[in-house]
Design a protein around this ligand. Structure first.
Ligand SMILES: Cc1cc2nc3c(=O)[nH]c(=O)nc-3n(C[C@H](O)[C@H](O)[C@H](O)COP(=O)(O)OP(=O)(O)OC[C@H]3O[C@@H](n4cnc5c(N)ncnc54)[C@H](O)[C@@H]3O)c2cc1C
Ligand SMILES: NC(=O)c1ccc[n+]([C@@H]2O[C@H](COP(=O)([O-])OP(=O)(O)OC[C@H]3O[C@@H](n4cnc5c(N)ncnc54)[C@H](O)[C@@H]3O)[C@@H](O)[C@H]2O)c1
Length: 507
């Protein structure tokens, strides 16, 4: 049977339900009978998608999970984090009630335990759709246990050998271990443990200003913690456009997060029941005292214990090596999701799993490089991006022209009191070919989809301006960027020509 990692949850009724769905305690692994078309290792978003799609197309499929079905996303990632963020936003709105013509409650008490209970309730509800029983009822052989390769065409799990025609490694990634002296001894939280908190830490240090650190810092700050956010780089979300990161930095600071950029946490220790952290910036070290520390310094692929060498599957510290078709160095074995990709997101894990099903089982030639992939950091405002950044385009020798709309010019954003941010759409100069876009807005994650659709379907910015949006919506900002492009088409030549035509029509 699998290791008892499930016991890590603080067991309330919701967690009991979750475990019942995602790793039923009395589950009996089936008896493998003959080779499988596809053996999938890992039941996170990548593994679940591949197993279900393949079984739906008639393949004989085995799915192996050592911990909880749903993987990082459902159990310790997207679902719990966005559920907590929603409650944090509620408190932010309550504090801001007066600017909406309401009254801020006199004694605003944050009920952290209720917020976490709501999160656990949502998590167990969402896990129902992917329960072991449900997956098994779809004709998939579900095994619980640690999978490892016994050879180029065999996997062993819980003492049973599963032979395969093709296999998919979808084992995901785990929080990288910070190499900060004293941190392990002092104790810290990461995404696997932070959702077990039952009280909001009064003072909290968040290490790392990537998506995880920024989302966590803002949420805990809005839930009442005094948060210090230390980021080694000169800006948050280092991959994003500089002005997007700046808007976020300003928003965090305004809400009360103590922003420490260019800052590295170099040592941690305990004193008088507190955690002391040494923060190094330039050549200055300051020591801060906190109650808890959360790390969000990146994720490392789950490759240990898989005995990949037995299958001739090459890997290194960045994960399993795959080609553009997601084949590993063993032609029978594919990989998808966090275990092999630089971009670690649920929707990419799912999209790459679909590629594997086509390529591995149906002689497909789908390439990862063909995917149009947006992503979004769910802070307030949200930061979403798709396609190329201007710097990348210029590096490829593509001249770039950018059309920008500020959210304070979008009527619905003004009405909603959500004026912060912008829509930026980058096109190839001299054309309306969309290269990429960054949206910074309260609902940027929803808005970016129109641009992804346009890029995917080869629709230019001119055509995007012709798409009629219901009024008033914040997504109008996308259309307004299209309108800005269209106005540039009114060159002085066309203006003169149309003025002449109109003058003639008045005769
Ligand atoms: C706090 C946080 C918030 C996030 N928020 C978002 C978000 O808002 N949007 C977004 O797109 N992404 C988000 N992500 C990223 C997202 O969770 C991952 O990209 C996604 O879960 C990757 O899916 P996967 O299937 O590749 O791997 P995982 O979800 O990691 O699943 C892999 C599974 O494999 C199992 N496994 C590993 N080794 C073995 C083995 N040897 N045998 C059997 N089973 C094994 C694991 O137990 C796990 O269940 C977030 C991540 C974190 C940490
Ligand atoms: N909204 C989302 O889609 C979402 C949310 C959370 C996480 N995720 C995924 O999870 C993955 C992990 O996110 P993450 O934020 O942990 O990783 P990350 O690699 O994106 O960012 C980590 C940041 O921590 C900084 N850092 C590292 N060591 C440090 C130190 N000692 N002191 C100070 N700063 C330090 C790095 O400079 C870096 O900017 C990402 O790949 C992301 O795709 C996605």
């Amino acid at each position: 049977m699998a290791r008892d990692r499930t016991a890590a949850f603080p067991v309330d009724r919701n967690d009991v339900e979750l475990i019942q769905h995602a790793h039923p305690p009395h589950w009996k692994n089936p008896e493998p009978d003959g080779p499988y078309n596809l053996v999938v290792i890992g039941a996170g978003p990548a593994g679940l998608t591949a197993a279900r799609d393949a079984a739906g197309l008639g393949a004989k499929v085995a799915l192996i999970e050592r911990n909880l079905i749903g993987g990082a996303c459902v159990n310790v990632g997207c679902i719990p984090s966005k559920s907590v963020i929603r409650t944090a936003r509620l408190y932010a709105d309550m504090r801001d009630a007066e600017s909406f013509g309401g009254d801020t409650p006199d004694r605003l008490h944050v009920d952290f335990q209720r917020a976490m209970r709501r999160m656990r309730q949502i998590r167990q509800r969402i896990s129902r759709a992917d329960s072991a029983a449900r997956i098994a009822s779809e004709g998939i052989d579900v095994f619980f246990g640690d999978a490892r390769f016994a050879g180029p065409d065999a996997v062993i799990v819980a003492g049973k050998t599963l032979r395969f025609m093709k296999a998919l490694v979808a084992t995901g990634a785990s929080a990288s271990l910070p190499a900060i002296p004293g941190l392990a001894e002092t104790g810290y939280l990461n995404n696997e443990t932070v959702f077990n908190l039952t009280a909001c830490p009064p003072r909290l240090l968040v290490i790392g200003g990537g998506p995880l650190g920024c989302e966590a810092a803002q949420a805990f700050c809005l839930l009442g913690a005094k948060v210090i956010l230390a980021q080694r780089d000169p800006m948050f979300l280092p991959g994003e456009e500089r002005d997007a990161a700046q808007v976020l930095s300003d928003a965090l600071a305004r809400e009360g997060v103590e922003v420490r950029l260019n800052t590295e946490v170099v040592a941690v220790r305990t004193a008088g029941g507190k955690k002391l952290a040494d923060l190094l910036r330039d050549d200055d070290t300051t020591t801060i005292s906190v109650d808890e520390i959360i790390t969000g310094i990146g994720r490392s692929p789950n490759v240990d214990g898989l005995d990949l060498e037995n299958a001739g599957v090459a890997y290194d510290a960045d994960g399993i090596k795959v080609d553009d078709y997601l084949r590993t160095t063993n032609p029978r074995v594919y990989a998808a999701g966090d275990v092999c990709l630089d971009y670690k997101f649920t929707h990419i894990a799912e999209a790459t799993a679909r590629i594997v099903v086509q390529n591995a089982l149906f002689l497909g030639r789908k390439r990862v490089s063909e995917l149009i992939v947006p992503w979004c950091t769910y802070t307030d405002p949200e930061i979403a991006h798709v396609g190329l950044y201007p710097a990348q385009a210029r590096q490829d020798g593509i001249p770039v022209k950018t059309y920008t709309v500020l959210m304070h010019d979008v009527a619905r954003a003004v009405m909603d009191g959500e004026e912060e941010g912008f829509v930026k759409i980058h096109v190839k100069e001299g054309s309306d070919r969309i290269l990429g876009a960054t949206v910074v807005a309260s609902h940027a994650g929803e808005m970016i989809n129109a641009v992804s659709l346009a890029i995917k379907s080869g629709m230019g910015l001119h055509a995007l301006a012709d798409v009629i949006h219901p009024f008033p919506t914040q997504a109008q900002g996308i259309k307004m960027a299209g309108d800005a492009y269209r106005r540039t088409r009114f060159t002085s030549f066309w203006k003169r020509l149309s003025a002449r035509w109109l003058a003639w029509s008045r005769r």
